[in-house]
Design a protein around this ligand. Structure first.
Ligand code: TXA
Ligand code: MG
Length: 303
């Protein structure tokens, strides 16, 4: 059952929940996060329990301002400084060497920590007033597609989340680009709306060539999967042909507008499940710009 009293736009209430070690559904420009005080070990443990997520999967620390990167990093590598300066607030997560105080439960015991400054007015206001860092993975049950509305968060987590800040539908729709700045050259571990081409320009070519599917910890195949089977095709013509011979199928294709494709992707996959679609026939976009991220998530949905 969904309890609408758990949803609203009260920053006060969100701060109250966080201050008591509770969990808040956090709207960001990418997807909704499931946030807890990153300095409260017991609160962070609750995130893993609510999601059903293995404990060795690290969490991203969200902060209000780029200057706070230094609070969470042992030191800030040059590539991280450039990307933080130019891309934050925005859909980009930077892996940096962790500061000593960062909890093992946040990093999964790793020597690195992921940090991001989200660009969403409610998230910004909450983070500014909270002051510290909020550890937050995407607010879905482990293995499901990420939530892009407050209702998706409730649908997945119900009363396991104490309060969901309703910031409307997420404008980007796919998770942040993750750049590992602890290696040289820096490396993209997960493609997102900040495209490889853009990062390469900002780093003057100091970016390892992209290879294969995203490789951030825990990003195994069969993540991001709806209940429906997902079949990938390269054109609309092929999609219509496959769909015509497949009972219970439905064609997903926004290759005419890739920003819109990303924005609506997860809601469409959730909606297909609600309608009882058996097979989603999804048209792959070209591998450029945000097309890399859409291809990555569709490939995982089909995994
Ligand atoms: O857009 C986003 O990044 C959203 C919003 C809520 O900010 N968050 C998100 O978090 O997608 P999550 O936990 O669902 O995905 C983060 C990925 C995971 O695969 C995690 O294992 C990886 O990033 N990750 C986080 N910290 C890491 C680290 N220190 N080293 C390697 N991988 C890391
Ligand atoms: Mg996730």
């Amino acid at each position: 059952m969904t309890d609408r009293s758990r949803v609203g736009t009260s920053i006060e209430r969100a701060l109250h929940v966080l201050g008591n070690g509770g969990l808040v559904g956090l709207p960001t420009e990418t997807v909704y996060g499931l946030a807890a005080d990153a300095a409260n070990e017991e609160a962070v443990r609750r995130i893993f329990r609510a999601k059903g997520r293995p404990a060795d999967h690290p969490l991203i620390v969200h902060v209000a301002h780029a200057e706070q990167l230094a609070d969470w990093a042992a030191f800030v590598p040059p590539a991280a400084a450039v990307l933080a300066d130019t891309c934050w607030p925005g859909p980009l997560t930077l892996l940096v060497p962790r500061a000593a105080h960062v909890l093992d439960v946040v990093t999964g015991g790793r020597a690195t920590v992921g940090v991001r400054v989200p660009a969403h007015p409610l998230a910004s206001e909450l983070l500014q007033r909270f002051g510290g860092g909020l550890a937050a993975p995407s607010a879905n049950r482990f293995g499901k597609v990420s939530p892009t509305t407050a209702q998706h968060v409730l649908d997945d987590l119900g009363d396991l989340v104490d309060y969901v800040l309703d910031g409307g539908a997420c404008p980007v729709g796919v998770e942040s680009t993750i750049v590992d700045c602890t290696v040289q050259p820096a490396q993209i571990l997960r493609p997102g709306a900040i495209a490889a081409e853009q990062i390469e320009l900002l780093l003057h070519g100091g970016l390892a060539a992209a290879s294969g599917p995203s490789r951030a910890a825990g990003m195994m195949a069969s993540h991001y999967a709806p209940a429906a089977r997902v079949v990938l095709v390269d054109s609309r013509v092929e999609a219509d042909r496959v769909a015509a011979g497949t009972p219970g199928s439905w064609v997903l294709d926004r290759t005419d507008d890739l920003v819109d494709y990303a924005r609506t992707l997860y809601a469409e996959l959730r909606d297909a499940d609600t309608r009882g679609v058996a097979v989603v026939v999804a048209v792959m976009p070209a591998a450029a710009g945000i097309g890399h991220a859409i291809r990555d998530r569709l490939t995982k949905a089909a995994g």
